[in-house]
Structures are given as structure tokens and as C-alpha cells.
Design a protein around this ligand. Structure first.
Ligand code: HEC
Length: 217
């Protein structure tokens, strides 16, 4: 009796193994279709991102950026960079408090002339462009990193970088700026209406000044 149930159990097990094997083989057979679809989706997504990169300013993305996600992204940089205060240089320089500093901010690190000759300091837009495509930002740079294609990922990372010793105030997103400027212009106009014609010209100027940066962006 026991022998028989063992035999039955054995066959049930064998059947299961055969079924598993079949499903693996079937999976292998039908698999080639899947990557093709995924590849297509990735291409479509990348195209959307390329379009979105120009459309959404870094200031807007920073406002909703996630610092914990940025810290996770930094793992891609950690092969070459430390970011703790007083951390050692690796293949790349220590990055503590690099935001807001001049290009090539670590004394004694052998930067490329390409990076050192980029004028100005590391600001939000500059860092965003650098991390999107280092070779485009500083042609001839020694940083052999392809770049991060995802604008949100860059914003998360830059928020994290800024929190490591720099702590610059976040830039005001242009979308939030516009209504404030409009309100100021409206206030000025109301004041002008009360004081008479004399103030009309400055009000127009204020409106033009408010419109100019928006048009430039
Ligand atoms: C393969 C190594 C490598 C990787 C990976 C890498 N970097 Fe670099 N990084 C470098 C080198 C080398 C330099 C110096 C570039 C030069 O002098 O042209 C540099 C320079 C920099 C600078 C300029 C610092 C300064 O003092 O002006 C920043 C900022 C920076 N990297 C950020 C990052 C971030 C953020 C990542 C991750 C997304 C990253 N790097 C990934 C090697 C690397």
C-alpha cells in the first residue's frame, strides 16, 4: 500500500517536472517576441524624454525631486567619486560641496583643461547639462561617463548633490514665478490707477519685465 502511494507520488512529481520543463521550453520558444516589444517601448520613451528635457526646466523638476532616489542614483557615480566631507579623490574628484563652486573645485586634483576652462560655477542648469552629457558640456573632459538620459533622475541626483555640503536655495520654478510677477504687475497697475497717469509707464515696464524672462525660457 505504502509502496503504491510512493509510486503514485513519484509519478505526480515526474509529471510536475515534465510540465515545468515544457513551460520553460515554451517560454524560450516564445520569448524572442518580448524584447522586441520592450525595445520599442524604450525607444518611444527616450524620444518622449528628449522632447520633455527641453520642455520642463530643471527648476520645476527640482521642486518635486526625491532626495532618497537621488542618493540611489549616486551609486552610478560612486565607482569614481566619494561625496563625504574630506573624502578621498578616486578616478574623479571628491564631490563634497561641489554645487556652487567653480569647475574643478578640488585643489590638487588633475582636472582636464576642458573642464577647468568652462567659465562660471556649478549652478543648477550647468550641473543638469553636465550630468545629461559630460562630453557635450566640456568637450575633452576626462569623465568617461555616458550621462543620465532621464531628466527626473538628474533632478533627484542634483538635489542629493546639493544637500552634501552646498545647500544652495532651490531655484524658483518658472511656473510659480509667473503668477507672482503678474500679481505684482496688477498691484502696480492698481496703485497707478489710484495715483493717476504719472505711474502708468512704470506699470507697463513692470509687466514687460515680468514677461521678458518668461519669453527667454
Ligand atoms: C568613470 C569614472 C566616473 C564616473 C562613473 C563619474 N565621474 Fe564624475 N568625474 C570623473 C572625472 C575623471 C572627473 C574630472 C573630469 C575632468 O577633469 O575633465 C569628474 C568630474 C566630475 C565633476 C566636476 C567636479 C568639480 O570639481 O568640478 C562632477 C560634478 C562630477 N564628476 C559628478 C559626477 C556624478 C554626479 C556622477 C554620477 C552620475 C559621475 N560624476 C560619474 C569621473 C567619473
Amino acid at each position: 500500500m505504502d509502496d503504491r502511494s510512493n509510486t503514485i507520488a513519484g509519478w505526480v512529481l515526474a509529471g510536475g517536472i515534465v510540465a515545468l520543463g515544457l513551460s520553460i521550453v515554451t517560454g524560450m520558444y516564445f520569448h524572442p517576441e518580448a524584447p522586441e516589444k520592450e525595445g520599442f517601448a524604450v525607444v518611444a520613451e527616450a524620444a518622449g524624454e528628449a522632447g520633455g528635457a527641453a520642455a520642463v526646466p530643471i527648476a520645476t523638476l527640482l521642486a518635486t525631486a526625491d532626495i532618497a532616489k537621488g542618493e540611489a542614483v549616486f551609486k552610478k557615480c560612486a565607482a569614481c567619486h566619494t561625496i563625504n566631507q574630506g573624502g578621498a579623490n578616486g578616478i574623479g574628484p571628491n564631490l563634497w560641496a561641489s554645487m556652487g563652486k567653480p569647475h574643478g573645485h578640488v585643489p590638487g586634483f588633475a582636472y582636464s583643461d576642458a573642464l577647468k576652462s568652462v567659465p562660471g560655477n556649478w549652478d543648477w542648469e550647468g550641473m543638469d547639462k553636465w550630468l545629461a552629457n559630460p562630453k557635450k558640456y566640456a568637450p575633452g573632459t576626462k569623465m568617461t561617463f555616458a550621462g543620465l538620459g532621464n531628466p527626473e533622475e538628474r533632478a533627484n541626483l542634483i538635489l542629493y548633490l546639493n544637500a552634501q555640503g552646498s545647500n544652495l536655495p532651490l531655484p524658483t520654478p518658472p511656473a510659480a514665478e509667473a503668477p507672482a510677477a503678474d500679481a505684482a504687475a496688477a498691484d502696480a497697475a492698481a496703485a497707478d490707477a489710484a495715483t493717476g497717469e504719472a505711474g502708468a509707464a512704470p506699470a507697463t515696464d513692470a509687466a514687460a519685465a515680468a514677461a521678458a524672462p518668461a519669453a527667454a525660457k
